[in-house]
Design a protein around this ligand. Structure first.
Ligand SMILES: N=C(N)NCCC[C@H](NC(=O)CCC(=O)O)C(=O)O
Length: 426
């Protein structure tokens, strides 16, 4: 079995609206000028690198923006542009939400349990409700639609709808899987948090995590619900994947990721005795540096020829403590000897690193063959996408541009061109 990464293609409306309370990068860059074209090209650069490494790469598509149908539910009427204009005049926050390109962070699209872990031997997926943030709560219906096409084969896949709102679920960003190798049964770890009054919100609820494990038919003996540490949430780790990343038998984790660190390590070593836990001490890298650099939001991947590579954002090289730790790690005797760094600055400035931008799905050959090919990339399609983005994606978006009909028209047209190129007729 092997892992396929489905990256979210950065949509043409990518902008900095400061919509995510508790996400320090989102707040810190609010009101700045964004560069959607550069953002999308940076994302494609990561996909290209993954393919060069011999890994299978797919995409998920930007959603319709502005999402006029959603704005209509607030009582705005008339033609689409009149709806958007009225929303901008009366409730600009609603138009900002309806224009967010947040579906690009597909680690939050769904939670995935590969076939070896589930009772019926199919790969189970649950669309995330993303109900904690208004702009992200719009995503689930379109995400379900795309996942329904991509994973249409019920012989191999079972897709569950989003959980009811109010039970916060942010998808794979809060789940980890430890196993001997991708095809072996794994220990699935679901990380949930509790909101402290006056603090940053915890976005994954225990109720949601437990429900997903139940729905996916996981063996309770190989399932762990682990509480995220409050220190991590307050430092800006709004998802677990900002402080931990796992791949096969390796866990890279910050010392302060969980409320009970030892409970997590004990469970891992019980189920995967050969596991390597690379714990980064707070004395070497503080939670603040972890959040600033997004070290743990790396993609840790197994290469076809064996061995693992850690794909980090360039910000890790610029942070002295993190750069020193990475040099020491690759020089040591551990399972991760290679680190590559990529420029994902446009996404990073909204709090999305390499791992946020991808949904990982482990499949066998038969399940892979059943996937909708339109979501899979080869070099020719990647080149075609780059040319299309160069041509159609806005170069820059300033905060006031969000209220202009020209931008709405450009975003709609860019997406239509993309859908046509990829073979989607709507
Ligand atoms: N950690 C993972 N897996 N995903 C990162 C998601 C970043 C996203 N940022 C935003 O939604 C910012 C949008 C804005 O401010 O305009 C979020 O906070 O949900």
């Amino acid at each position: 079995m092997r892992e396929i990464n489905f990256d979210g293609l950065v949509g043409p409306s990518h902008n900095y609206a400061g919509l995510s309370f508790g996400n320090r990068a989102s707040a810190g860059h609010a009101g700045e000028i964004s560069r959607p074209r550069a953002a999308a090209i940076q994302g494609l650069g990561k996909m290209r690198r993954m393919m060069e490494l011999g890994l299978r790469q797919g995409i998920l598509l930007p959603h319709e923006r502005p999402l006029t149908g959603w704005l209509r539910r607030f009582g705005f009427t008339g033609p689409d542009d009149a709806v958007c204009a009225a929303a901008w005049r009366n409730e600009p926050g609603l138009l900002r939400a309806a224009l967010s390109a947040s579906p690009m962070w597909t680690a939050n699209a769904a939670t995935v349990s590969p076939a070896p872990d589930t009772a019926d031997g199919r790969c189970h997926l649950s669309t995330a409700n993303l109900s904690s943030m208004l702009h992200r709560s719009l995503e689930a219906p379109e995400t379900t639609r795309q996942l329904g096409l991509l994973f249409a084969s019920t012989d191999h896949f079972a897709l569950h709808p989003a959980l009811p709102h109010g039970t916060g679920d942010e998808g794979a960003a809060n789940a980890m899987r430890l196993c001997a190798h991708h095809g072996a049964p794994g220990l699935e770890i679901f990380v949930w948090g509790e909101t402290r009054p006056g603090g940053f919100p915890a976005r994954q609820s225990r109720v949601a995590s437990a429900a997903i494990a139940r729905r996916h038919g996981l063996d309770p003996a190989r399932t762990l619900l682990a509480q995220q540490s409050d220190a991590a949430i307050q430092a800006g780790a709004f998802h677990n994947d900002v402080v931990a990343v796992a791949n096969e038998s390796v866990l890279l984790v910050h010392e302060q990721a969980f409320a009970d660190q030892q409970q997590v390590y004990d469970a891992i070593l019980r189920h995967v005795p050969e596991a390597t836990i690379l714990e980064v001490p707070a004395a070497q890298i503080s939670l603040e540096d972890a959040v600033r650099s997004y070290l743990f939001n790396a993609q840790l991947v197994t290469l076809p020829e064996g061995g693992m590579v850690l794909i980090v954002p360039d910000e890790c090289r610029k942070n002295g403590a993190v750069a020193a730790w990475l040099t020491a790690m690759t020089g040591g005797n551990g399972p991760v000897r290679r680190v590559e760094s990529l420029n994902l600055r446009e996404s990073m400035q909204n709090g999305g690193g390499p791992a946020c931008l991808r949904l990982r799905v482990v499949v066998d050959e038969a399940a892979e063959a059943a996937l909708d090919r339109r979501f899979l990339l080869d070099t020719a399609r990647l080149d075609g996408l780059a040319a299309l983005i160069d041509d159609r994606w806005p170069e820059r978006i300033a905060p006031d541009d969000l209220g202009h009909a020209d931008l709405w028209a450009d975003c709609r047209a860019a997406r239509q061109t993309l859908l046509g190129f990829l073979g989607f007729t709507e």
